[in-house]
Design a protein. Sequence first.
Length: 224
Amino acid sequence: MIELLVAAGVFVFSHLLPMHPSWRGRLEQRLGERGFLLGYSLLSLAVLAWLGHAFASAPYVLLWPWHPATAWVPVLVMPFACILLVAGLSSSNPFSLGLGAQGYDPGRPGIVSLTRHPVMWALALWAGSHMPANGDLAAVVLFGLLLLLSLTGTRTIEGNRRRRFRVEQWAVWREGTGNWPSIASVDWSGIGPARIGGGLVLYGLLLALHSRLVGPDPLAVLGG
């Protein structure tokens, strides 16, 4: 459990530090923007792999018993998380993770009309939906950490973006958008059926490969 806690702390630190404007500015000056993004991506993958190993190696400490109702939570929630992830990573977005501001049209914001941070909310849905279905201490530490990081990360990202953009630019870009997801005026045509379909395909792949990559087969558990 100590390794999991240490890995979790490093994971949080490695994600919060680059969000700080002064630290990121210094790193980009030394490495260049592309060098920074490449180095940060490799570091994130390495820390994530370590976190996964520490989670798999952690002792099993039961906090609450398994129940069929809790097992349904990630099965029902993950399609929305996958759609948010695919749409967020494949859409121009000046506020969050993905392709950046290049090509972003405030008149056709796409997934940004649902939330300015689709990738972070995908992470929040993934982590939050898996906590009830995994009632052991290691799972609560891992998923609770990721849930907290994703929810606080949206505010941190917005603060950094606001400082980097002109006030007028920030006001125009955020018109009709919000941090918390809202379907009141979603730009469905801007999202497009391909991104929704891609999210559902990703969900299907995760279901099919879950037993090989992570643990038990969710559908088998529900059926049994």
